[in-house]
Design a protein around this ligand. Structure first.
Ligand SMILES: *Cc1c(COP(=O)(O)O)cnc(C)c1O
Length: 469
């Protein structure tokens, strides 16, 4: 065995064999060298374990295909594109919303050049970073003023820190939500210095519950959108107009954490039950916060709109500086908001809205194209069929709401659905799919037309890796 080690190619030999490979030209040389060393260590291990027994197996030409695959796999950036075959449109784990084309362009422009990010071109002096989006946010939502922070969690925190620190905030027990990633309203409230005053029961809260709770220590009334769950049956929550009335009677600000916060009314598309930001402002909330990358379909951001006196106080809070959004976000947000100046345009051009409102025919046609592409690449090995199924909006909006569509179901002889799903996470790009009742499904709603062939190719790659095993 020790004889064989002598036939291992040297690092330099291996490196020069890789020089001809186009894809690796842009990789840092030090990275390639490390990977070559790792690869040679794998070979050494295989000699020890008896997987490599002859000198021919160590011939550079024989090793090259594996070597190239190894370097390619190991040198990929950690942050990678994936294909979303889950049908969950706003999938937090997969990066939430995709930006509209105009927003992508604006980001590229903003980060590749200097800009008037915080520079007032009319005076030549320092300007406000928020000026780029404040007016358009007010125009769209009907609010008096607006500001933007890093995400909605930050928005909720700074609203409370500014308006209710050291004072009580009255919230219904049914709205003390946890939204995953360890964001819980009671915890955020504690950290902000506001004191939570819970009222009502889990399923029912009444105006008199709030009214009885108001005392000298009360700093605000708050409503939290129950984003990711629904209370059904014998339920009641106090409405925003009722809350507004109480706020006026006792001179208290009404704060609303809208969660997803849609600017486009999805009611016409049959999605009921979620108020738009415009409605929330019109019904008298003093400050409203919502995410930029949920149903709005823009970049990650926390948007706060409302009455000028409160927004000004939030803007001037020193904590605001720690939540400042960057220029790429601003550029993407402005470009996204501009699409909302014409709601039809928003629906056609904001990918998140487009996917949520896709027609049955469009989804069926996409499923058909996907099924054909998969049949073409897998041939006899797979049974591919189409079936009715449901997608989800995700991102804590329209919880439990079924978006009907057409799924592509794939069954491969002698390969379990679990193994197939796992193997697809290692393809290039990886494909994230779904298993339902032990059936392997791809939901084409969240795949772009240009990704259908890529999904079929991912399945082909997965099959290769599974049959090699
Ligand atoms: C999503 C959500 C948040 C947090 O928003 P991020 O933008 O993810 O920080 C806060 N409150 C509610 C009700 C939500 O749905």
């Amino acid at each position: 065995m020790s004889q064989i080690f002598r036939y291992l190619p040297s690092v330099d030999q291996v490196l020069s064999s890789l020089e001809a490979i186009e894809d690796f030209r842009d990789l840092p040389r030090a990275l390639i060298k490390d990977l070559v060393n790792d690869f040679l260590n794998v070979c050494r291990e295989e000699i020890r374990s008896g997987a490599i027994t002859t000198s021919e197996q160590l011939d550079l030409t024989a090793l090259l295909p594996r070597l190239v695959a190894f370097v390619r796999a190991q040198s990929r950036p950690h942050f990678r594109r994936v294909l979303n075959g889950t049908g969950v449109v706003i999938h937090t784990n997969l990066g939430r919303s995709l930006l509209a084309k105009s927003a992508i362009k604006a980001v590229a422009e903003a980060c590749g050049h200097y800009s008037n990010c915080e520079f007032d071109l009319s005076t030549g002096h320092r300007g406000s970073r928020y000026s780029h989006v404040e007016k358009i946010l007010c125009d769209i939502t009907g609010a008096e003023a607006a500001l933007v922070v890093n995400n909605n969690a930050a928005a909720v925190f700074i609203m409370l820190e500014t308006l209710a620190k050291g004072r009580e905030v009255i919230v219904s027990r049914g709205q003390l939500v946890e939204i995953g990633g360890s964001f819980r309203i009671p915890d955020v409230m504690t950290k902000s210095g506001a004191i939570l005053h819970e009222v009502g029961a889990t399923n029912r809260s009444h105006v008199h519950d709030y009214e009885n709770a108001i005392n000298d220590e009360t700093g605000a009334l708050m409503r939290v959108h129950t984003s990711n769950f629904r209370v059904v049956g014998f339920t009641k929550e106090v409405t925003l107009p009722e809350m507004r009335e109480l706020g006026d009677k006792y001179n208290l600000p009404v704060i609303e954490d809208l969660g997803s916060g849609s600017l486009y009314s999805l009611q016409g598309d049959g999605l009921l039950g979620e108020p738009t930001v415009q409605q929330t402002v019109a019904q008298g909330a003093d400050v409203v916060s919502f995410s930029g990358d949920k149903v709005l379909g823009g970049p990650q951001a926390g948007i706060i709109v409302g009455r000028k006196e409160y927004i000004d106080r939030i803007k001037n809070n020193p904590v605001n500086r720690a939540m400042r959004i960057d220029k790429m976000t601003l550029a993407a947000l402005e470009a996204t908001l501009r699409l909302y100046l014409d709601m039809d345009e928003a629906r056609r051009k904001v990918p998140t809205l487009k996917m949520i409102t896709a027609s049955q025919e469009a989804l069926k046609s996409k499923a058909r194209r996907l099924a054909d592409a998969i049949r073409h690449s897998l041939g006899e090995r797979a049974v591919v069929s189409m079936k009715k199924g449901v997608s989800r909006v995700g991102g804590g909006a329209f919880p439990e709401y079924d978006l009907p569509g057409t799924m592509v179901s794939i069954a491969v002889k002698n390969i379990s659905v679990g193994d197939l799903k796992d193997a697809l996470l290692q393809t290039d790009p990886p494909l994230v799919a779904r298993i339902e009742d032990d059936e392997f499904l791809i939901d084409p709603r969240t795949l772009a037309s240009t990704e259908l062939k890529m999904a079929a190719s991912a399945l082909e790659q997965a099959m290769v890796s599974l049959t090699e095993k």
